[in-house]
Design a protein around this ligand. Structure first.
Ligand code: SAH
Length: 204
């Protein structure tokens, strides 16, 4: 997976590659679908949600440019795979999931795997996690029509956020940087994510 899907398509950051080599993706895929764990496409994880294709997880992680001192907020815990990758590379990960069932399963697995630097909360991630803000990095792993304003507020100065922004069935992966209180955006590529459903996302 790492050689054929990531390195051959241009993923270069050594810390991203090391995290992918370390985190066992099959642990995050439910029962009968484990055979697809390392395949080049998204996989169902229950509740109508999916874990993204490995390359997209790597691309988002590489653009997010995570360092050991970063406090990262993830919106959309899902299987917990992206959270584990981020936890390998940062100081602390905070992750919010809308579905209790997914949050519980991810939390139990991440604990079993020994991660002490990931906190998960159930709720509407479009509101962010005010008590723990600011965050130096934010990643939204579901499609949103616009950047939720609470997340802009909770991003620290000089911080970066990556998100799939656009229409419900077609988005653009977008990197946002906060500089002198203003947002600077870079469009990366087209993508398709499940929708972010919440107050500042899609309305159900
Ligand atoms: N990062 C995940 C993939 C997430 S798929 C992984 O590594 O497996 C997107 C997730 O966002 C789904 O689990 C979905 O339930 C969740 N989601 C959708 N709207 C949300 C919201 N408003 N707040 C938090 N999570 C949300």
């Amino acid at each position: 997976m790492v050689e054929q899907q990531l390195i051959s398509r241009g993923i270069k950051n050594r810390r991203v590659i090391d995290a992918f080599l370390k985190v066992e993706r099959h642990r995050f895929i439910p029962g009968g679908l484990k055979i697809s764990a390392y395949a080049d496409h998204p996989v169902s994880i229950g509740e109508g949600q999916t874990i993204s294709q490995p390359y997209i997880v790597a691309l988002m992680t590489e653009y997010l440019d995570v360092s050991e001192s970063d406090r990262v907020l993830e919106i959309g815990t899902g299987s917990g795979y992206q959270a584990a990758i981020l936890a390998e590379m940062s100081k602390q990960v905070y992750s919010i999931e809308k579905f209790l069932s997914l949050a519980k399963r991810a939390e139990a697995l991440l604990q079993e795997l020994g991660y002490c630097n990931i906190r998960i909360k159930v709720g509407d991630g479009t509101l962010g996690w005010q008590e723990e803000s600011p965050f130096s990095r934010i990643i939204i792993t579901a499609a949103t029509p616009a950047i939720p304003p609470p997340l802009v507020e909770q991003l620290s100065e000089g911080g970066k956020m990556i998100l799939p922004q656009g229409e419900r069935f077609s988005q653009v992966l977008t990197l946002v940087e906060k500089q002198n209180g203003e947002l600077k955006s870079e469009l990366i590529c087209g993508c398709v994510f499940v929708p972010l459903i919440g107050e500042y996302g899609y309305k159900g």
